[in-house]
Design a protein. Structure first.
Length: 261
């Protein structure tokens, strides 16, 4: 019988509050914590966080769907790239022995890359948008479609291996590809795509035996009330300072994964 582990529930609570306050995907915070603080094998940490993310993002999709702030065409294009790439990546992890040392090294290195990209998107998103709007004219619709599918494939790879990328990286890419789309629809479309992506990747990890359901249950017990509390706290917290702090933390964790064993 699975029991609730207080420390995991507390971690879920803290991450849930931060996610509610900033909108940053929980994987950027939870997966490194599971690896570095609780010494869980990287692949198990990723797999557990993916199922955790699929549950927590489902409620957001229902809200966006009810409000009509999802562009299902965009979400579908992303899925055309992410679904096959997710299947391929799961197969590769299985073939490489998901619990082996080689896979441990691959996952931590890619996790470091995903953290760095997420941190950069948090820090420089506005600057990137300003430069992009000045130098790039409106893209050809067929090119936008193909780039969206390609971006979905990149997200499928990153998310399946690291559980990171569906949030800040995905939103930044969509803003660049669809500059005229309202931000709320970009966020809604990105969340709608993240649910099947994280669910499929999580089920794939379940198939290869890299899910810890005791940890998963404990994380959900803490994160659900944490996300609600963070949403209420968000208007009272200086968002730029918090995002900069989180980005700095992600860069430090990235360095830990890349340069220290």
């Amino acid at each position: 019988m699975h029991t609730i582990q207080p420390l995991y529930a507390l971690s879920g609570l803290v991450v849930g509050i931060l996610v509610g306050m900033t909108g940053v995907a929980g994987g950027s915070l939870m997966t490194p914590a599971l690896i570095l603080i609780f010494d869980i094998h990287p692949v198990t940490a990723v797999g557990t966080d993916l199922l955790y993310a699929s549950v927590t993002k489902t409620s957001g999709t229902f809200v966006h769907g009810y409000n009509g702030t999802i562009d299902w065409r965009v979400a579908g294009r992303l899925a055309l790239g992410s679904v096959p790439m997710t299947v391929i990546t799961i197969w590769a992890l299985y073939a490489l022995d998901a619990h082996g040392d080689a896979t441990h090294q691959i996952v931590t290195k890619i996790l470091g890359i995903a953290l760095l990209l997420t941190a950069l998107s948090l820090i420089f998103r506005k600057s990137i948008m300003q430069v992009y709007s000045r130098r790039v004219s409106e893209l050809d619709p067929s090119l936008v479609r193909n780039l969206t599918i390609a971006m979905g494939a990149v997200l499928g790879l990153l998310v399946t291996i690291s559980s990171i990328g569906a949030g800040a990286i995905g939103v930044t890419a969509l803003i660049l590809l669809y500059p005229k789309m309202p931000t709320v629809r970009i966020v809604g479309s990105n969340i709608a795509h993240a649910v099947p992506l994280t669910l499929l990747a999580g089920l794939g990890h379940w198939f290869i035996g890299t899910i810890d359901f005791t940890v998963l249950g404990s994380l959900l017990v803490g994160s659900i009330p944490g996300t609600i509390a963070g949403s209420f706290l968000a208007p009272r917290v200086p968002d730029p300072a918090l995002r900069l702090t989180l980005a700095t933390l992600m860069i430090l964790v990235c360095a830990r994964f890349w340069f220290f064993k």
